[in-house]
Design a protein around this ligand. Structure first.
Ligand code: SD4
Length: 324
């Protein structure tokens, strides 16, 4: 059996590429790096790689992580500027004996020394998003939340040899403070994988996801014998409830998981979360997830209309509201 699951609709092209590798017997490591790089390179996805949304100072700072579920090696970068594929830097760091998680200037020095490709990651389109947001902020109080339809990519892959891997890549929260690092590169929170059990990855409000170390929690539930679907539902319901009880509200929490047999699961406390999945027996497809209700999360295949509308809105010309 082989398979791959990922957060959000935008992962499906990358996932399809990754599936080609897995189908031919390629490794889950190669598949995930290829799949996530593809998402990073696509300029219209607003929270990943090239075209990612900038921080408060209009700079794109990227977080990414990679984990090998057999050796438990991991590599991660935080707040990295102007490198084309942060996931590749994370993967490279995973083979170091120490210094596996580097941030800011340190991460950039490492990437430069290792010859990773540099690229200006701020696009004209992202600048318009930024200026429109500043304009709105000047008009009204606005809380820092994940961009609606936010797009952090998180993936879990299983190959024919039984290796499982997980990876994430994001520009984090739109308008974050310079130097802010979210949950995505934090092992246990943004992602976790153990080839003997399964893997999970999360997207949403990093500051809340980290309060529950949600990916590790899901893998722990799977270790106890819960299916990936039950494990995702339990982890999201538990954290959502805890946050509401103790803090009065819970941020966006969405997760996906796959076990070592290729069974998968998903849960979210928001409407409109989407995910993509492929297995040996199922072609790559996108599903739309309903908000968790009474501990259960339902999902349905995305309609053709939804898929077309998604791409049309992502690529539509942007209005420069700040000029009006
Ligand atoms: C973060 N979890 O940096 C990320 C944001 C995210 O889709 O998932 N956006 O907090």
């Amino acid at each position: 059996m082989w398979g791959m699951i990922a957060t959000w609709r935008m992962a499906v092209e990358g996932l399809t590429e990754g599936a080609n590798t897995l189908e031919k017997g390629g490794s889950a490591e190669e598949a995930i790096v290829k799949a996530i790089s593809e998402v990073e390179d696509f300029p219209y996805y607003k929270s990943v790689g090239y075209g990612g949304l900038p921080n408060e100072e209009m700079e794109v700072e990227l977080d990414a992580a990679y984990m090998n579920g057999t050796t438990l090696d991991f590599g991660a970068v935080g707040a990295v500027k102007d490198f084309k594929n942060p996931i590749k830097i994370a993967r490279r760091l995973s083979v170091e004996k120490a210094n596996n998680f580097l941030v800011g200037v340190g991460a950039e020095k490492f990437a430069h020394k290792e010859g990773f490709e540099r690229k200006t990651m701020l696009t004209d389109r992202a600048k318009i998003h930024y200026k429109n947001r500043v304009h709105k902020l000047n008009q009204q109080e606005n809380e820092l939340t994940p961009y609606s339809g936010h797009d952090t990519v998180g993936m879990v892959a299983l190959d024919q040899q039984g290796l499982m891997t997980a990876g994430t890549s994001t520009s984090g929260l739109f308008m974050k403070k310079p130097g802010r690092v979210g949950d995505s590169p934090v092992i246990g929170s943004g992602l976790y994988v153990d080839s003997e059990i399964g893997g999970a990855t999360a997207t949403g409000l990093g500051e809340d996801l980290m309060k529950g170390m949600v990916s590790y929690e899901i893998v722990s539930f799977m270790r106890e014998g819960f299916s990936p679907q039950e494990a995702c539902e339990k982890a999201v319901a538990k954290l959502d409830q805890k946050l509401k009880e103790r803090r009065g509200k819970a941020g966006d929490l969405s997760v996906v998981a796959m076990d070592k047999k290729g069974n998968y699961g998903v849960a979210s406390n928001i409407e409109g979360f989407s995910f993509a999945v492929v297995t040996e027996t199922k072609a790559p497809k996108v599903y739309i997830v309903d908000k968790i209700k009474e501990g259960k999360c339902h999902y349905e295949k995305a309609t053709q209309e939804w898929l077309e509308n998604y791409m049309a809105t992502r690529t539509a010309p942007l209005e420069e509201e700040w000029k009006k």
